[in-house]
Structure formats: C-alpha cells, structure tokens
Design a protein around this ligand. Structure first.
Ligand SMILES: Cc1cc2nc3c(=O)[nH]c(=O)nc-3n(C[C@H](O)[C@H](O)[C@H](O)COP(=O)(O)OP(=O)(O)OC[C@H]3O[C@@H](n4cnc5c(N)ncnc54)[C@H](O)[C@@H]3O)c2cc1C
Length: 105
C-alpha cells in the first residue's frame, strides 16, 4: 500500500478496510471497523481532491479507543489509560454502535 491507500504503480486504484494491509510506524493496522471507517474517509476525500485538481493527502491512523464484544454479554473497553471489561463494556459497545452506526444496528 502507498501512503495514500493505493496499490503501488496504480495511481487510480484505492484499497481500504479489510482488503488492505497498511503499515503505520512499521506495524500493520488491525483489521477493525475503526480502521476501515477512517481509511474510507481518507479515500473519499482524496477522490474529491483528485477530481478538483488538488493534491491528495497521506493517510494517518489515529486510534480512538477499542470496544469489542465477546460472546453475548461480555466486552472490552480501552480508551487512553482507561481499561475495563465485562458487562458494562458490552453495553457501551452496543450504545456506541447504535449512536454512531445507525445503519448496521
Ligand atoms: C465476527 C466478527 C466480529 C467483529 N467484531 C468487530 C468489533 O467488535 N470491532 C471492530 O472494530 N471490528 C470488528 N470486526 C472487524 C470488522 O467487521 C471489519 O474490520 C470491518 O467490517 C471491515 O470493513 P470493510 O468495509 O473493509 O469490509 P466489510 O465490512 O466486510 O464490507 C465489505 C462489503 O463488500 C461487500 N462485497 C464483497 N464482495 C463484493 C463484490 N464482489 N461486489 C460487491 N460487494 C461486495 C460485502 O457484502 C460487504 O458488505 C469483526 C469481524 C468479524 C468477522
């Protein structure tokens, strides 16, 4: 992947989400919804920049925290130095998805 989420040597082919393997600080980004979401925004904006004759911008990942569900009532929450797991994390994950991703909940 190039820094603009393109396949090397193919300037008009963008790849994001689970289909790519983007390296940030020599480490691959995790295949998560958060990565896919942020990459999608960068790709969309770069396509608009390209159409308008502007310079495209590099992608940089900024981690907003982690919310994971494990099973039917267990979850994991991490944000900066706050880490906990259990039922509350499970509820928080569902709440955030309901507010943020209305179309998939
Ligand atoms: C069981 C499970 C649990 C997960 N839990 C979490 C979690 O808690 N938190 C988290 O951040 N991430 C989680 N993930 C990872 C997250 O779902 C993916 O990283 C994210 O969905 C990737 O987004 P994407 O847009 O790249 O791909 P997808 O969300 O897979 O979207 C790809 C879309 O392309 C469509 N498609 C495929 N082939 C074609 C075709 N030929 N033509 C047209 N359309 C096509 C598919 O139907 C699909 O709608 C989980 C993944 C799995 C499998």
């Amino acid at each position: 992947m190039t820094s603009k989420l393109k396949i090397p040597d193919y300037d008009d082919v963008y790849v994001g989400g689970d289909a790519d393997l983007f390296m940030e600080n020599n480490k691959p980004l995790a295949a998560t919804a958060q990565t896919a979401f942020l990459e999608g925004i960068n790709i969309g904006k770069n396509i608009l920049r390209r159409i308008n004759g502007k310079e495209e911008k590099d992608f940089h990942y900024s981690h907003k925290g982690t919310l994971i569900v494990l099973g039917s009532k267990h979850g994991i929450f991490t944000y900066k130095n706050i880490n906990f797991d259990g039922k509350l994390a499970w509820y928080l994950r569902h709440l955030v998805y309901k507010l943020r991703f209305k179309q998939i909940t």
